[in-house]
Design a protein around this ligand. Sequence first.
Ligand code: FPP
Length: 250
Amino acid sequence: MPPAAAAAPHHIAIVMDGNGRWARQRFLPRLAGHAQGVDSLRRCVRACVARGVGVLTVFAFSSENWNRPQDEVSGLMGLLAKALAREVPELSRDGVCVRFVGEKAGLSGNVRKGLEQAESLTAGNTRLVLNVCFNYGGRWDITQAAARLAARGEPITEASLHAAMGLAHVPDPDLVIRTGGEMRISNFLLWQAAYSEFFFSDRLWPDFDEAALDEAIASFRARERRFGRTSEQVQQQQPAPERQTEPLRA
Ligand code: FPP
């Protein structure tokens, strides 16, 4: 029997890869690819709103991206600050709640202020949560959560770790998309993607349009999500088991 059609994804997460190659193919500087990447992100946010997606999480700057050439790093910081100033009013009108996820230390006062203003301006919006992972790494997130629990002397459980991590305000991603043809996770959502479905697209991020998003969603809907159960159990609609919440150490 073919798998029952899954519901549409509530939470989509994206590794927006391929800006540099998009620019190189056009003999443009890499930063022109990132600028085009911002346009693609705007289009993607609108498409998600139109499709009733509840949460979109994007990987905009990783903990490891500091290793890029200095002009690219400062260019990306400038792009973020500009994009926030330009896009947030309209995002807010569209009902988008912007959340920053990542390590604030190391970011300039200007960038931090832009992120904080975007968060406070859009805090009451409920149509779509847009999580911008910036200066973010999955290892950093797990480590900072564990360190905070340890500092407070709290037991480390799946539930307490989850609650101390950057995406505690949203359910885990249903679908993780990576554009740009590479098939790796690159330190993105290491904890939260445990049971996500993955979709790898050969399109470069600036070329990832509504049709490409629909292709990813259609692929997701054709999957059978078992969460450790057998296919027969899923067909009989038995509930997924409770999460493990026993303390790993006191
Ligand atoms: C990876 O492409 C992309 C990034 C490191 C940055 C992603 C940023 C955006 C899409 C713009 C939106 C960002 C902000 C600041 C709001 P790559 O440069 O690794 O591409 P390549 O693999 O082709 O070199």
